[in-house]
Design a binder for this molecule. Structure first.
Ligand code: SF4
Ligand code: FES
Length: 246
C-alpha cells in the first residue's frame, strides 16, 4: 500500500512547527501504524534526514505511550484500540493521512509527535495508590471482594493513561482518566481507608496542572482506546461529594 503522510514536525517546545509531507511506499496492509512510521523513518535516515520523533514502548496496547492524532481522531479511525494496534489495512490505498501530536495545554510538545504527559503521573502521585505495610503478601482470600465489584474495578483499571481523553476534549479535561483511577480503588476494600483524601488530592492536582472542566460531551468515552465508561465520572463526582460532606 502507498500513502501520503502529512506529519507534524517541531524541533522543540519553543519551535513553531508545521506539517511536512512524506511518502510511505510498499507498506504491508498488516503493518501497524507504528511499523509504517518505522519504514518512513528508515528511509529518512538513509537519505540523511532527521527521523520523525514519536513515542512508543509495548506496541501491544498496554503502556499508553503511543498516542497520536490521526486524521483528527485520537488513536486513528478504529474504536477501542491504541495507535500501536491500528493496522494499515484500516486505510484505503493512496490515502493522505494527517499525523499530529496530542494538543492540550497540560501536554506541551517535546519534539515532533512526542508530548510531555507527566501531568498525569503527578495526579497519580497525589493519591492514585493505596498505602500498605511491606512484608509477606497477605493470603489471597483474606479480603473477599464481590465478583461484580471486582469486574467493575478491573474495567476501570484498564485505563492505560494515554491521555487521549484529554486530547479530544474541547476543555482538555482529564476527568475520564482521574475517574478511572479513583474508581479502580474506590470499588475495592483495599482502597477504602484513603478514599476521601485520595479523591480530594487527585482532583486538586488535576486543577493545578491546568486541565479543564468536564462539560459532558462524552468525546472522551468515544475515543478512549480502552472504552472507559463516563459512568466512572459519575462515581468520581459522588466520591468527591462524599469526601466533602462526611
Ligand atoms: S481514560 Fe482512556 S483515553 Fe483516558 S487516559 Fe485512560 S485509557 Fe487513555
Ligand atoms: S506502544 Fe504501548 S500502548 Fe501503544
Amino acid at each position: 500500500m502507498n500513502f501520503t503522510l502529512k506529519i507534524w514536525r517541531q524541533k522543540s517546545r519553543e519551535d513553531k512547527g508545521g506539517l511536512q509531507t512524506y511518502a510511505a511506499t510498499d507498506i504491508p496492509p498488516d503493518a501497524s501504524f507504528l511499523e509504517m512510521l518505522d519504514v518512513v523513518n528508515e528511509q529518512l535516515i538513509k537519505s540523511g534526514r532527521e527521523p520523525v520523533a514519536f513515542d512508543h514502548d509495548c506496541r501491544e496496547g498496554i503502556c499508553g505511550s503511543c498516542g497520536l492524532m490521526i486524521n483528527g481522531r485520537a488513536h486513528g479511525p478504529q474504536r477501542g484500540i491504541a495507535t500501536c494496534e491500528l493496522r494499515m489495512r484500516s486505510f484505503e490505498d493512496g490515502d493522505t493521512i494527517v499525523v499530529e501530536p496530542w494538543r492540550a495545554k497540560p501536554f506541551p510538545i517535546i519534539k515532533d509527535l512526542i508530548v510531555d504527559r507527566t501531568a498525569l503521573d503527578r495526579i497519580m502521585a497525589a493519591g492514585g495508590f493505596i498505602s500498605v505495610r511491606t512484608g509477606c503478601a497477605p493470603e489471597a482470600n483474606t479480603i473477599p471482594v464481590p465478583k461484580d465489584k471486582a469486574e467493575e474495578a478491573m474495567d476501570a483499571a484498564a485505563c492505560i493513561a494515554c491521555g487521549a481523553c484529554v486530547a479530544v476534549c474541547k476543555n482538555s479535561s482529564a476527568m475520564l482518566f482521574v475517574s478511572a483511577k479513583v474508581s479502580q480503588l474506590a470499588l475495592l476494600p483495599q482502597g477504602d481507608p484513603e478514599r476521601k483524601s485520595r479523591v480530594d488530592a487527585m482532583l486538586a492536582q488535576m486543577d493545578a496542572e491546568g486541565f479543564g472542566a468536564c462539560s459532558n460531551t462524552y468525546a472522551c468515552e468515544a475515543e478512549c482506546p480502552k472504552e472507559i465508561s463516563v459512568l466512572h465520572i459519575a462515581r468520581l463526582n459522588r466520591e468527591y461529594i462524599r469526601a466533602k460532606v462526611s
